[in-house]
Design a protein around this ligand. Structure first.
Ligand code: G6P
Length: 608
Protein backbone atom coordinates (compact mmCIF):
# COMPACT_ATOMS: atom_id res chain seq x y z
CA UNK A 1 0.00 0.00 0.00
CA UNK A 2 1.16 3.64 0.13
CA UNK A 3 4.63 4.45 1.43
CA UNK A 4 6.18 7.59 2.92
CA UNK A 5 9.81 8.69 3.21
CA UNK A 6 11.01 12.06 4.43
CA UNK A 7 14.55 13.31 5.03
CA UNK A 8 16.28 16.38 6.42
CA UNK A 9 20.05 16.36 6.76
CA UNK A 10 23.44 17.19 5.31
CA UNK A 11 23.05 15.28 2.03
CA UNK A 12 21.05 15.93 -1.11
CA UNK A 13 17.56 14.71 -0.24
CA UNK A 14 16.10 13.50 -3.55
CA UNK A 15 18.40 10.48 -4.17
CA UNK A 16 17.81 9.38 -0.56
CA UNK A 17 14.05 9.74 -0.96
CA UNK A 18 14.05 7.78 -4.22
CA UNK A 19 16.16 5.04 -2.67
CA UNK A 20 13.78 4.86 0.30
CA UNK A 21 10.74 4.69 -1.97
CA UNK A 22 12.34 1.81 -3.86
CA UNK A 23 12.62 -0.08 -0.58
CA UNK A 24 8.90 0.47 -0.05
CA UNK A 25 7.89 -0.77 -3.50
CA UNK A 26 6.91 -4.11 -1.99
CA UNK A 27 3.95 -2.43 -0.29
CA UNK A 28 2.28 -2.06 -3.68
CA UNK A 29 1.75 1.27 -5.48
CA UNK A 30 0.67 2.74 -8.79
CA UNK A 31 2.37 6.18 -8.80
CA UNK A 32 5.12 7.98 -6.93
CA UNK A 33 6.40 11.47 -6.25
CA UNK A 34 8.92 13.57 -4.36
CA UNK A 35 9.06 17.20 -3.21
CA UNK A 36 12.26 18.95 -2.14
CA UNK A 37 12.79 22.41 -0.67
CA UNK A 38 15.88 23.93 -2.31
CA UNK A 39 16.12 26.97 -0.03
CA UNK A 40 13.91 29.13 -2.22
CA UNK A 41 11.02 27.02 -3.42
CA UNK A 42 9.49 23.58 -3.17
CA UNK A 43 10.22 21.58 -6.32
CA UNK A 44 7.95 18.63 -6.98
CA UNK A 45 8.17 15.73 -9.45
CA UNK A 46 5.49 13.03 -9.77
CA UNK A 47 4.89 10.12 -12.12
CA UNK A 48 2.27 7.46 -12.67
CA UNK A 49 3.62 3.90 -12.69
CA UNK A 50 6.92 2.57 -11.45
CA UNK A 51 9.51 4.56 -9.49
CA UNK A 52 11.78 4.28 -12.53
CA UNK A 53 9.42 6.70 -14.34
CA UNK A 54 9.85 9.14 -11.48
CA UNK A 55 13.63 8.68 -11.47
CA UNK A 56 13.89 9.40 -15.16
CA UNK A 57 11.93 12.64 -14.69
CA UNK A 58 14.45 14.01 -12.19
CA UNK A 59 17.70 12.45 -13.36
CA UNK A 60 17.68 9.99 -10.44
CA UNK A 61 17.06 12.89 -8.09
CA UNK A 62 20.14 14.84 -9.21
CA UNK A 63 18.08 17.65 -10.74
CA UNK A 64 16.34 18.33 -7.43
CA UNK A 65 18.66 20.34 -5.21
CA UNK A 66 18.08 20.72 -1.48
CA UNK A 67 18.62 18.72 1.68
CA UNK A 68 15.05 18.41 2.97
CA UNK A 69 12.23 16.62 1.25
CA UNK A 70 9.37 14.14 1.29
CA UNK A 71 8.46 11.26 -1.01
CA UNK A 72 5.54 8.93 -1.53
CA UNK A 73 4.37 5.80 -3.30
CA UNK A 74 0.61 5.87 -3.85
CA UNK A 75 -1.87 3.01 -4.14
CA UNK A 76 -4.99 4.62 -5.50
CA UNK A 77 -8.10 4.88 -3.34
CA UNK A 78 -9.65 8.27 -4.16
CA UNK A 79 -9.08 9.05 -7.83
CA UNK A 80 -7.37 6.95 -10.48
CA UNK A 81 -3.62 6.39 -10.62
CA UNK A 82 -2.25 9.46 -12.44
CA UNK A 83 0.51 12.07 -12.29
CA UNK A 84 -1.97 14.56 -10.88
CA UNK A 85 -3.34 12.32 -8.16
CA UNK A 86 0.14 11.13 -7.14
CA UNK A 87 1.50 12.69 -3.93
CA UNK A 88 2.89 15.10 -2.80
CA UNK A 89 0.10 17.68 -2.99
CA UNK A 90 0.68 21.42 -2.64
CA UNK A 91 -1.30 24.53 -1.77
CA UNK A 92 -1.86 27.11 -4.53
CA UNK A 93 1.04 29.29 -3.33
CA UNK A 94 3.27 26.20 -3.44
CA UNK A 95 4.57 26.92 0.04
CA UNK A 96 3.28 23.72 1.65
CA UNK A 97 3.63 20.16 0.46
CA UNK A 98 2.07 17.02 1.93
CA UNK A 99 2.34 13.25 1.51
CA UNK A 100 -0.33 11.11 3.14
CA UNK A 101 -1.09 7.45 3.82
CA UNK A 102 -4.59 6.47 4.93
CA UNK A 103 -8.04 7.80 4.15
CA UNK A 104 -9.69 11.09 5.15
CA UNK A 105 -13.28 9.99 5.57
CA UNK A 106 -14.87 13.47 5.76
CA UNK A 107 -12.88 14.89 2.85
CA UNK A 108 -15.94 15.72 0.73
CA UNK A 109 -17.47 17.82 3.46
CA UNK A 110 -14.14 19.58 4.11
CA UNK A 111 -13.55 20.08 0.40
CA UNK A 112 -16.94 21.77 -0.05
CA UNK A 113 -16.29 24.12 2.88
CA UNK A 114 -12.89 25.05 1.47
CA UNK A 115 -14.28 25.53 -2.04
CA UNK A 116 -16.84 27.96 -0.60
CA UNK A 117 -13.91 29.95 0.76
CA UNK A 118 -12.30 30.12 -2.66
CA UNK A 119 -9.98 27.11 -2.61
CA UNK A 120 -9.46 25.27 -5.89
CA UNK A 121 -8.67 21.58 -5.96
CA UNK A 122 -6.49 20.05 -8.63
CA UNK A 123 -6.71 16.35 -7.82
CA UNK A 124 -9.42 13.82 -6.96
CA UNK A 125 -7.64 12.79 -3.79
CA UNK A 126 -8.78 13.03 -0.21
CA UNK A 127 -5.22 14.09 0.66
CA UNK A 128 -5.51 17.46 -1.02
CA UNK A 129 -7.90 18.68 1.69
CA UNK A 130 -5.09 18.31 4.21
CA UNK A 131 -2.74 20.65 2.43
CA UNK A 132 -5.53 23.13 1.72
CA UNK A 133 -6.66 23.06 5.35
CA UNK A 134 -3.07 23.60 6.44
CA UNK A 135 -2.95 26.61 4.16
CA UNK A 136 -6.24 27.86 5.58
CA UNK A 137 -5.07 27.65 9.20
CA UNK A 138 -1.48 28.75 8.55
CA UNK A 139 -0.66 32.01 10.33
CA UNK A 140 3.11 31.69 10.28
CA UNK A 141 3.23 28.67 12.60
CA UNK A 142 2.95 25.31 10.91
CA UNK A 143 2.58 23.31 14.14
CA UNK A 144 -0.54 25.23 15.21
CA UNK A 145 -1.95 24.96 11.69
CA UNK A 146 -1.31 21.22 11.76
CA UNK A 147 -3.13 20.77 15.07
CA UNK A 148 -6.12 22.75 13.76
CA UNK A 149 -6.13 20.64 10.61
CA UNK A 150 -5.85 17.30 12.40
CA UNK A 151 -8.68 18.25 14.75
CA UNK A 152 -10.95 18.57 11.72
CA UNK A 153 -10.05 15.51 9.70
CA UNK A 154 -11.72 12.17 10.37
CA UNK A 155 -10.15 8.92 9.30
CA UNK A 156 -6.60 7.62 9.20
CA UNK A 157 -3.38 9.34 8.30
CA UNK A 158 0.34 9.34 8.44
CA UNK A 159 1.73 12.57 7.04
CA UNK A 160 5.00 14.07 5.90
CA UNK A 161 5.02 17.87 5.45
CA UNK A 162 7.35 20.48 3.94
CA UNK A 163 6.98 24.18 4.71
CA UNK A 164 8.80 26.61 2.40
CA UNK A 165 8.92 29.20 5.20
CA UNK A 166 10.97 26.82 7.32
CA UNK A 167 14.32 25.74 5.92
CA UNK A 168 15.26 24.08 9.21
CA UNK A 169 12.52 21.45 9.64
CA UNK A 170 10.23 18.87 8.13
CA UNK A 171 7.07 17.74 9.90
CA UNK A 172 5.08 14.53 10.37
CA UNK A 173 2.00 13.25 12.18
CA UNK A 174 0.08 10.03 12.50
CA UNK A 175 -3.22 8.41 13.44
CA UNK A 176 -4.23 4.83 12.57
CA UNK A 177 -1.53 4.49 9.92
CA UNK A 178 2.08 3.50 10.69
CA UNK A 179 4.94 5.98 10.85
CA UNK A 180 8.45 5.79 12.26
CA UNK A 181 11.33 8.20 12.75
CA UNK A 182 14.92 7.28 11.85
CA UNK A 183 17.83 9.03 13.52
CA UNK A 184 21.33 9.25 12.04
CA UNK A 185 24.50 11.36 12.22
CA UNK A 186 23.92 12.78 8.77
CA UNK A 187 20.25 13.58 9.19
CA UNK A 188 16.82 12.43 10.32
CA UNK A 189 14.10 10.49 8.56
CA UNK A 190 10.42 9.82 8.68
CA UNK A 191 9.05 6.70 6.99
CA UNK A 192 6.03 4.47 6.90
CA UNK A 193 8.19 1.36 7.25
CA UNK A 194 11.65 0.44 8.49
CA UNK A 195 13.24 -0.93 5.26
CA UNK A 196 12.97 2.57 3.74
CA UNK A 197 15.63 3.91 6.10
CA UNK A 198 17.56 0.82 7.18
CA UNK A 199 20.41 1.60 4.80
CA UNK A 200 21.02 4.85 6.68
CA UNK A 201 20.27 4.02 10.30
CA UNK A 202 19.16 1.33 12.71
CA UNK A 203 17.94 3.84 15.33
CA UNK A 204 14.21 4.34 15.18
CA UNK A 205 11.32 5.77 17.13
CA UNK A 206 7.91 4.24 16.59
CA UNK A 207 5.20 6.87 16.64
CA UNK A 208 1.86 6.47 18.38
CA UNK A 209 -1.46 7.88 17.26
CA UNK A 210 -1.96 11.62 17.66
CA UNK A 211 1.74 12.38 17.79
CA UNK A 212 3.23 15.25 15.82
CA UNK A 213 6.90 15.41 14.87
CA UNK A 214 9.30 18.24 14.08
CA UNK A 215 12.57 17.02 12.59
CA UNK A 216 15.63 19.19 12.07
CA UNK A 217 19.00 18.09 10.68
CA UNK A 218 20.16 17.13 14.16
CA UNK A 219 17.11 16.98 16.41
CA UNK A 220 13.83 15.12 16.79
CA UNK A 221 10.94 16.69 18.69
CA UNK A 222 7.69 14.86 19.29
CA UNK A 223 4.52 16.54 20.56
CA UNK A 224 1.03 15.53 21.56
CA UNK A 225 -2.03 17.26 20.13
CA UNK A 226 -1.67 20.01 22.77
CA UNK A 227 1.86 20.58 21.46
CA UNK A 228 3.38 19.40 24.72
CA UNK A 229 6.66 17.51 24.26
CA UNK A 230 6.47 13.71 24.46
CA UNK A 231 9.40 11.51 25.51
CA UNK A 232 9.98 8.51 23.28
CA UNK A 233 12.21 5.51 23.42
CA UNK A 234 14.80 5.05 20.67
CA UNK A 235 14.90 1.44 19.50
CA UNK A 236 17.78 -0.29 17.75
CA UNK A 237 16.64 -2.48 14.88
CA UNK A 238 18.78 -5.60 14.64
CA UNK A 239 17.94 -6.49 11.03
CA UNK A 240 20.88 -5.85 8.77
CA UNK A 241 20.29 -4.19 5.43
CA UNK A 242 20.69 -7.47 3.53
CA UNK A 243 17.63 -8.72 5.39
CA UNK A 244 15.66 -6.15 3.47
CA UNK A 245 17.30 -6.89 0.14
CA UNK A 246 17.39 -9.95 -2.09
CA UNK A 247 20.56 -11.63 -0.80
CA UNK A 248 21.55 -13.28 -4.07
CA UNK A 249 18.13 -14.67 -5.01
CA UNK A 250 16.36 -13.57 -8.15
CA UNK A 251 13.25 -12.62 -6.20
CA UNK A 252 12.41 -11.71 -2.63
CA UNK A 253 9.85 -14.48 -2.62
CA UNK A 254 12.48 -17.16 -3.28
CA UNK A 255 14.75 -15.64 -0.67
CA UNK A 256 11.91 -15.67 1.84
CA UNK A 257 10.95 -19.25 0.99
CA UNK A 258 14.55 -20.20 1.84
CA UNK A 259 14.48 -18.16 5.03
CA UNK A 260 11.72 -20.30 6.48
CA UNK A 261 13.94 -22.73 8.41
CA UNK A 262 15.65 -19.81 10.14
CA UNK A 263 12.43 -17.89 10.66
CA UNK A 264 10.78 -20.92 12.26
CA UNK A 265 13.81 -21.54 14.46
CA UNK A 266 13.72 -17.89 15.56
CA UNK A 267 10.02 -18.22 16.29
CA UNK A 268 10.10 -21.51 18.19
CA UNK A 269 13.46 -21.98 19.89
CA UNK A 270 13.51 -18.96 22.21
CA UNK A 271 10.12 -20.04 23.52
CA UNK A 272 11.22 -23.51 24.57
CA UNK A 273 13.25 -23.85 27.77
CA UNK A 274 14.01 -27.18 29.47
CA UNK A 275 11.49 -29.03 27.30
CA UNK A 276 8.71 -26.61 28.24
CA UNK A 277 6.96 -24.00 26.13
CA UNK A 278 7.26 -20.56 27.73
CA UNK A 279 4.59 -18.24 26.46
CA UNK A 280 4.91 -15.28 28.79
CA UNK A 281 3.28 -13.26 26.04
CA UNK A 282 -0.12 -14.73 26.93
CA UNK A 283 -0.57 -12.86 30.18
CA UNK A 284 -3.40 -14.97 31.51
CA UNK A 285 -3.14 -16.99 34.71
CA UNK A 286 -3.40 -20.78 34.52
CA UNK A 287 -6.91 -20.54 35.97
CA UNK A 288 -7.91 -17.98 33.37
CA UNK A 289 -6.62 -20.26 30.61
CA UNK A 290 -8.56 -23.17 32.08
CA UNK A 291 -11.69 -21.03 32.28
CA UNK A 292 -11.62 -19.89 28.65
CA UNK A 293 -14.86 -20.88 26.94
CA UNK A 294 -13.86 -20.49 23.33
CA UNK A 295 -11.39 -19.07 20.85
CA UNK A 296 -12.18 -16.82 17.89
CA UNK A 297 -9.40 -16.52 15.35
CA UNK A 298 -9.65 -13.36 13.23
CA UNK A 299 -7.48 -12.55 10.20
CA UNK A 300 -7.32 -11.87 6.45
CA UNK A 301 -5.67 -13.65 3.52
CA UNK A 302 -2.92 -16.09 4.35
CA UNK A 303 -3.14 -15.18 8.03
CA UNK A 304 -6.74 -16.46 7.90
CA UNK A 305 -5.45 -19.70 6.37
CA UNK A 306 -2.95 -20.00 9.22
CA UNK A 307 -5.93 -19.58 11.54
CA UNK A 308 -7.73 -22.45 9.78
CA UNK A 309 -4.80 -24.72 10.68
CA UNK A 310 -4.86 -23.29 14.19
CA UNK A 311 -8.47 -24.35 14.69
CA UNK A 312 -7.63 -28.03 14.24
CA UNK A 313 -4.65 -27.85 16.56
CA UNK A 314 -6.30 -25.79 19.28
CA UNK A 315 -9.31 -28.07 19.33
CA UNK A 316 -7.18 -31.20 19.37
CA UNK A 317 -4.59 -30.09 21.93
CA UNK A 318 -6.51 -27.69 24.14
CA UNK A 319 -10.05 -29.03 23.55
CA UNK A 320 -11.31 -25.51 23.23
CA UNK A 321 -14.05 -24.70 20.70
CA UNK A 322 -12.46 -22.56 18.01
CA UNK A 323 -14.02 -20.58 15.20
CA UNK A 324 -12.04 -18.88 12.44
CA UNK A 325 -13.33 -15.61 10.98
CA UNK A 326 -12.36 -13.48 8.04
CA UNK A 327 -11.82 -10.09 9.67
CA UNK A 328 -13.89 -8.32 7.01
CA UNK A 329 -16.84 -10.56 7.90
CA UNK A 330 -16.36 -10.54 11.65
CA UNK A 331 -16.38 -6.76 11.93
CA UNK A 332 -19.81 -6.45 10.32
CA UNK A 333 -21.44 -9.51 11.85
CA UNK A 334 -23.00 -9.73 15.24
CA UNK A 335 -20.56 -12.21 16.77
CA UNK A 336 -21.27 -13.97 20.03
CA UNK A 337 -18.25 -12.84 22.01
CA UNK A 338 -17.84 -12.30 25.72
CA UNK A 339 -15.30 -12.28 28.56
CA UNK A 340 -14.82 -16.03 28.18
CA UNK A 341 -13.56 -15.57 24.60
CA UNK A 342 -9.94 -15.40 23.59
CA UNK A 343 -9.74 -13.53 20.28
CA UNK A 344 -6.56 -14.49 18.43
CA UNK A 345 -5.73 -11.81 15.88
CA UNK A 346 -3.25 -12.87 13.21
CA UNK A 347 -1.45 -10.39 10.97
CA UNK A 348 1.98 -10.36 9.37
CA UNK A 349 2.01 -6.58 8.91
CA UNK A 350 -0.01 -5.72 11.98
CA UNK A 351 -1.62 -2.98 9.92
CA UNK A 352 -4.40 -4.69 7.95
CA UNK A 353 -7.39 -2.37 8.21
CA UNK A 354 -10.09 -5.06 8.49
CA UNK A 355 -8.10 -7.06 11.03
CA UNK A 356 -7.51 -3.96 13.12
CA UNK A 357 -11.16 -3.02 13.07
CA UNK A 358 -12.26 -6.57 13.89
CA UNK A 359 -9.85 -6.63 16.83
CA UNK A 360 -11.38 -3.41 18.15
CA UNK A 361 -14.82 -4.95 17.83
CA UNK A 362 -13.78 -8.13 19.66
CA UNK A 363 -12.31 -5.97 22.43
CA UNK A 364 -15.43 -3.87 22.65
CA UNK A 365 -17.49 -7.00 23.09
CA UNK A 366 -15.30 -8.07 26.01
CA UNK A 367 -12.91 -10.60 24.48
CA UNK A 368 -9.31 -10.88 25.58
CA UNK A 369 -7.21 -10.14 22.49
CA UNK A 370 -4.01 -12.02 21.71
CA UNK A 371 -2.22 -10.89 18.55
CA UNK A 372 0.18 -13.00 16.51
CA UNK A 373 2.10 -10.39 14.54
CA UNK A 374 5.37 -10.10 12.64
CA UNK A 375 5.89 -6.34 12.38
CA UNK A 376 7.24 -5.14 15.70
CA UNK A 377 5.52 -2.06 17.03
CA UNK A 378 2.72 -2.23 14.45
CA UNK A 379 -0.77 -1.01 15.31
CA UNK A 380 -2.26 -4.43 16.02
CA UNK A 381 0.74 -5.36 18.17
CA UNK A 382 0.31 -2.20 20.20
CA UNK A 383 -3.43 -2.27 20.55
CA UNK A 384 -3.88 -5.93 21.43
CA UNK A 385 -4.01 -6.99 25.10
CA UNK A 386 -1.15 -9.42 24.47
CA UNK A 387 1.18 -9.87 21.53
CA UNK A 388 3.30 -12.76 20.35
CA UNK A 389 5.77 -11.80 17.63
CA UNK A 390 6.45 -14.38 14.96
CA UNK A 391 10.01 -13.07 14.50
CA UNK A 392 10.06 -13.92 10.81
CA UNK A 393 12.02 -10.74 9.94
CA UNK A 394 10.97 -8.31 7.22
CA UNK A 395 8.90 -9.88 4.47
CA UNK A 396 9.12 -8.00 1.19
CA UNK A 397 7.44 -10.21 -1.44
CA UNK A 398 3.74 -9.43 -1.58
CA UNK A 399 2.86 -13.13 -1.41
CA UNK A 400 3.66 -14.25 2.12
CA UNK A 401 5.69 -17.39 2.78
CA UNK A 402 7.71 -17.18 5.99
CA UNK A 403 5.05 -14.88 7.41
CA UNK A 404 2.47 -17.66 7.03
CA UNK A 405 4.59 -20.58 8.26
CA UNK A 406 5.71 -18.69 11.37
CA UNK A 407 2.08 -17.80 12.10
CA UNK A 408 1.20 -21.49 11.93
CA UNK A 409 4.15 -22.37 14.20
CA UNK A 410 3.06 -19.70 16.69
CA UNK A 411 -0.37 -21.34 16.79
CA UNK A 412 1.27 -24.73 17.38
CA UNK A 413 3.13 -23.30 20.36
CA UNK A 414 -0.01 -21.67 21.71
CA UNK A 415 -2.16 -24.80 21.28
CA UNK A 416 0.37 -27.03 23.02
CA UNK A 417 0.95 -24.50 25.78
CA UNK A 418 -2.79 -24.17 26.46
CA UNK A 419 -3.29 -27.94 26.10
CA UNK A 420 -0.73 -28.61 28.77
CA UNK A 421 -2.25 -26.10 31.19
CA UNK A 422 -5.80 -27.26 30.54
CA UNK A 423 -4.73 -30.87 31.09
CA UNK A 424 -6.05 -31.91 27.68
CA UNK A 425 -2.70 -32.75 26.08
CA UNK A 426 -1.11 -35.80 27.74
CA UNK A 427 2.55 -35.36 28.78
CA UNK A 428 3.68 -38.01 26.36
CA UNK A 429 2.00 -36.35 23.38
CA UNK A 430 3.30 -32.96 24.50
CA UNK A 431 6.88 -34.27 24.62
CA UNK A 432 6.52 -35.99 21.25
CA UNK A 433 5.08 -32.88 19.63
CA UNK A 434 7.79 -30.68 21.11
CA UNK A 435 10.48 -32.93 19.67
CA UNK A 436 8.83 -32.86 16.25
CA UNK A 437 8.28 -29.10 16.37
CA UNK A 438 12.00 -28.50 16.82
CA UNK A 439 12.74 -30.70 13.82
CA UNK A 440 10.55 -28.71 11.41
CA UNK A 441 13.33 -26.32 10.24
CA UNK A 442 15.62 -29.12 9.08
CA UNK A 443 12.71 -30.93 7.44
CA UNK A 444 11.95 -27.77 5.46
CA UNK A 445 15.63 -27.62 4.46
CA UNK A 446 15.37 -31.13 3.05
CA UNK A 447 12.26 -30.19 0.99
CA UNK A 448 14.05 -27.10 -0.33
CA UNK A 449 16.97 -29.24 -1.46
CA UNK A 450 14.59 -31.01 -3.88
CA UNK A 451 13.40 -27.82 -5.55
CA UNK A 452 14.69 -28.70 -9.05
CA UNK A 453 12.20 -31.58 -9.20
CA UNK A 454 9.37 -29.18 -8.39
CA UNK A 455 10.68 -26.73 -10.98
CA UNK A 456 10.58 -29.50 -13.59
CA UNK A 457 6.92 -30.27 -12.84
CA UNK A 458 5.98 -26.59 -12.66
CA UNK A 459 7.49 -25.94 -16.08
CA UNK A 460 5.45 -28.84 -17.45
CA UNK A 461 2.25 -27.19 -16.16
CA UNK A 462 2.98 -23.52 -16.68
CA UNK A 463 0.47 -23.25 -19.53
CA UNK A 464 -2.46 -24.45 -17.47
CA UNK A 465 -5.61 -22.43 -16.89
CA UNK A 466 -7.28 -24.09 -13.89
CA UNK A 467 -5.91 -25.91 -10.88
CA UNK A 468 -7.82 -27.46 -8.01
CA UNK A 469 -6.28 -28.19 -4.65
CA UNK A 470 -7.96 -30.80 -2.49
CA UNK A 471 -7.37 -32.02 1.03
CA UNK A 472 -9.07 -33.19 4.17
CA UNK A 473 -8.72 -31.91 7.72
CA UNK A 474 -5.46 -29.95 8.17
CA UNK A 475 -4.61 -30.74 4.55
CA UNK A 476 -7.68 -28.76 3.52
CA UNK A 477 -6.42 -25.72 5.47
CA UNK A 478 -2.98 -26.05 3.86
CA UNK A 479 -4.69 -26.41 0.47
CA UNK A 480 -6.38 -23.02 0.95
CA UNK A 481 -2.98 -21.40 1.34
CA UNK A 482 -1.35 -23.43 -1.45
CA UNK A 483 -4.10 -22.39 -3.84
CA UNK A 484 -3.88 -18.73 -2.86
CA UNK A 485 -0.12 -18.73 -3.52
CA UNK A 486 -0.62 -20.04 -7.04
CA UNK A 487 -3.37 -17.62 -8.04
CA UNK A 488 -1.71 -14.60 -6.42
CA UNK A 489 1.57 -14.78 -8.27
CA UNK A 490 0.96 -16.81 -11.45
CA UNK A 491 -2.57 -15.59 -12.29
CA UNK A 492 -3.63 -19.19 -12.85
CA UNK A 493 -7.22 -19.74 -11.73
CA UNK A 494 -7.01 -21.93 -8.68
CA UNK A 495 -9.38 -23.08 -5.96
CA UNK A 496 -9.12 -25.22 -2.87
CA UNK A 497 -11.82 -27.66 -1.86
CA UNK A 498 -12.41 -29.96 1.04
CA UNK A 499 -11.98 -33.24 -0.84
CA UNK A 500 -15.25 -34.57 0.54
CA UNK A 501 -17.07 -31.68 -1.18
CA UNK A 502 -15.90 -32.64 -4.68
CA UNK A 503 -19.01 -34.69 -5.25
CA UNK A 504 -21.19 -31.73 -4.32
CA UNK A 505 -20.28 -29.68 -7.35
CA UNK A 506 -16.63 -29.17 -8.14
CA UNK A 507 -16.20 -32.47 -9.87
CA UNK A 508 -18.29 -31.08 -12.73
CA UNK A 509 -15.36 -28.77 -13.52
CA UNK A 510 -12.88 -31.60 -14.00
CA UNK A 511 -12.04 -32.31 -17.59
CA UNK A 512 -9.20 -33.84 -19.55
CA UNK A 513 -5.93 -32.20 -18.51
CA UNK A 514 -7.20 -30.32 -15.43
CA UNK A 515 -4.51 -30.36 -12.73
CA UNK A 516 -5.64 -31.47 -9.29
CA UNK A 517 -3.11 -31.10 -6.51
CA UNK A 518 -3.97 -33.39 -3.65
CA UNK A 519 -2.53 -32.75 -0.20
CA UNK A 520 -2.53 -36.17 1.41
CA UNK A 521 -0.60 -36.13 4.67
CA UNK A 522 -3.22 -37.32 7.16
CA UNK A 523 -2.58 -41.02 7.58
CA UNK A 524 -6.01 -41.73 9.04
CA UNK A 525 -7.58 -40.23 5.90
CA UNK A 526 -5.29 -41.69 3.21
CA UNK A 527 -8.00 -44.07 1.97
CA UNK A 528 -10.54 -41.27 1.65
CA UNK A 529 -8.32 -38.85 -0.24
CA UNK A 530 -7.03 -41.60 -2.53
CA UNK A 531 -10.65 -42.32 -3.52
CA UNK A 532 -11.07 -38.65 -4.44
CA UNK A 533 -7.89 -38.76 -6.52
CA UNK A 534 -9.13 -41.83 -8.37
CA UNK A 535 -12.46 -40.11 -9.04
CA UNK A 536 -10.87 -37.05 -10.67
CA UNK A 537 -8.31 -39.10 -12.58
CA UNK A 538 -11.11 -41.19 -14.03
CA UNK A 539 -12.48 -37.93 -15.47
CA UNK A 540 -9.21 -37.00 -17.15
CA UNK A 541 -7.46 -34.94 -14.46
CA UNK A 542 -3.72 -35.03 -13.87
CA UNK A 543 -3.13 -35.59 -10.20
CA UNK A 544 -0.12 -34.35 -8.29
CA UNK A 545 0.02 -35.62 -4.73
CA UNK A 546 1.90 -34.07 -1.83
CA UNK A 547 2.27 -36.75 0.77
CA UNK A 548 4.48 -38.25 3.49
CA UNK A 549 7.75 -39.86 2.48
CA UNK A 550 6.63 -43.32 3.59
CA UNK A 551 3.48 -43.27 1.48
CA UNK A 552 4.95 -44.48 -1.82
CA UNK A 553 1.72 -46.34 -2.54
CA UNK A 554 0.23 -43.01 -3.58
CA UNK A 555 2.09 -43.29 -6.89
CA UNK A 556 -0.53 -45.79 -8.04
CA UNK A 557 -3.25 -43.15 -7.91
CA UNK A 558 -1.28 -40.05 -8.99
CA UNK A 559 0.69 -38.82 -11.98
CA UNK A 560 3.29 -37.01 -9.87
CA UNK A 561 4.14 -37.41 -6.22
CA UNK A 562 6.03 -34.93 -4.06
CA UNK A 563 7.19 -36.17 -0.68
CA UNK A 564 7.59 -34.38 2.61
CA UNK A 565 9.45 -35.78 5.63
CA UNK A 566 7.30 -37.54 8.20
CA UNK A 567 6.19 -35.38 11.13
CA UNK A 568 3.38 -35.15 13.70
CA UNK A 569 0.04 -35.07 11.88
CA UNK A 570 -0.69 -31.53 13.12
CA UNK A 571 2.55 -30.14 11.75
CA UNK A 572 2.23 -31.26 8.14
CA UNK A 573 0.65 -27.91 7.17
CA UNK A 574 4.04 -26.23 7.54
CA UNK A 575 5.77 -28.85 5.39
CA UNK A 576 3.20 -29.54 2.65
CA UNK A 577 2.90 -25.84 1.86
CA UNK A 578 6.62 -25.60 0.96
CA UNK A 579 6.48 -27.61 -2.32
CA UNK A 580 3.31 -25.67 -3.16
CA UNK A 581 5.05 -22.31 -2.60
CA UNK A 582 7.86 -23.49 -4.87
CA UNK A 583 5.39 -24.77 -7.47
CA UNK A 584 3.57 -21.41 -7.53
CA UNK A 585 6.90 -19.58 -7.75
CA UNK A 586 8.21 -21.61 -10.68
CA UNK A 587 4.94 -21.42 -12.61
CA UNK A 588 4.96 -17.62 -12.15
CA UNK A 589 8.61 -17.30 -13.23
CA UNK A 590 8.03 -19.53 -16.26
CA UNK A 591 5.08 -17.33 -17.24
CA UNK A 592 7.18 -14.17 -16.83
CA UNK A 593 5.01 -12.75 -14.03
CA UNK A 594 6.21 -10.06 -11.63
CA UNK A 595 6.64 -12.54 -8.77
CA UNK A 596 7.36 -10.10 -5.96
CA UNK A 597 4.78 -7.54 -6.99
CA UNK A 598 1.79 -9.30 -8.48
CA UNK A 599 -0.67 -7.08 -10.30
CA UNK A 600 -3.41 -5.39 -8.25
CA UNK A 601 -2.14 -6.77 -4.95
CA UNK A 602 -0.64 -5.00 -1.97
CA UNK A 603 1.48 -6.36 0.84
CA UNK A 604 -0.16 -4.37 3.52
CA UNK A 605 -3.83 -3.62 3.03
CA UNK A 606 -4.20 -0.58 5.26
CA UNK A 607 -7.56 0.56 3.91
CA UNK A 608 -10.80 -1.36 3.86
C1 G6P B 1 -2.49 -9.04 1.84
C2 G6P B 1 -1.20 -9.81 1.57
C3 G6P B 1 -1.34 -11.25 2.08
C4 G6P B 1 -1.71 -11.25 3.55
C5 G6P B 1 -2.97 -10.41 3.81
C6 G6P B 1 -3.17 -10.19 5.29
O1 G6P B 1 -3.50 -9.57 1.06
O2 G6P B 1 -0.90 -9.82 0.20
O3 G6P B 1 -0.11 -11.94 1.90
O4 G6P B 1 -1.93 -12.56 3.97
O5 G6P B 1 -2.84 -9.12 3.22
O6 G6P B 1 -2.10 -9.40 5.76
P1 G6P B 1 -1.55 -9.39 7.22
O7 G6P B 1 -0.42 -8.41 7.17
O8 G6P B 1 -2.68 -8.92 8.09
O9 G6P B 1 -1.10 -10.77 7.57
Amino acid sequence: MCGIVGYIGKDQAAPILLDGLTKLEYRGYDSAGVAVFDGEAIKMVKAKGKIDNLKSRCNNGESLKGTQGIGHTRWATHGEPSDLNAHPHMNAKETLSVVHNGIIENFLELKEKLQKRGYTFLSDTDTEVIVQLLDFYYKGDILSALVETLRRVEGSYSLGILDADDSEHIYAAKKDSPLIIGISESGNFVASDIPAILKYTDKVIILEDNEIVRLSRDSVEIFNMDLEPVDKEIMTIDWDISAAEKGGYEHFMMKEIHEQPKAIRDCISPRIKDSEIMLHELRLTEDEIKDLKKVNIIACGSAYHAGCVGKYVLEECARIPTEVFLASEFRYSDPVVDEGTLAIIISQSGETADTKAAMKEAKRLGARTFAIVNAVGSSIARESDDVMYTWAGPEIAVATTKGYTTQVCSLYLLAMYMGKIRGTLPDESYAEMLKELLLLPEKIESILSEKEHIQYIANRFSGLKDVFFIGRNIDYSAALEASLKLKEISYVHSDAYAAGELKHGTISLIEKGTLVISLATQEKLYGKIVSNMIEVRARGAFVMAVTNEDNKAIEESSDYALYIPKTHHSFTAVLSVIPCQLFAYYVAVEKGCDVDKPRNLAKSVTVE
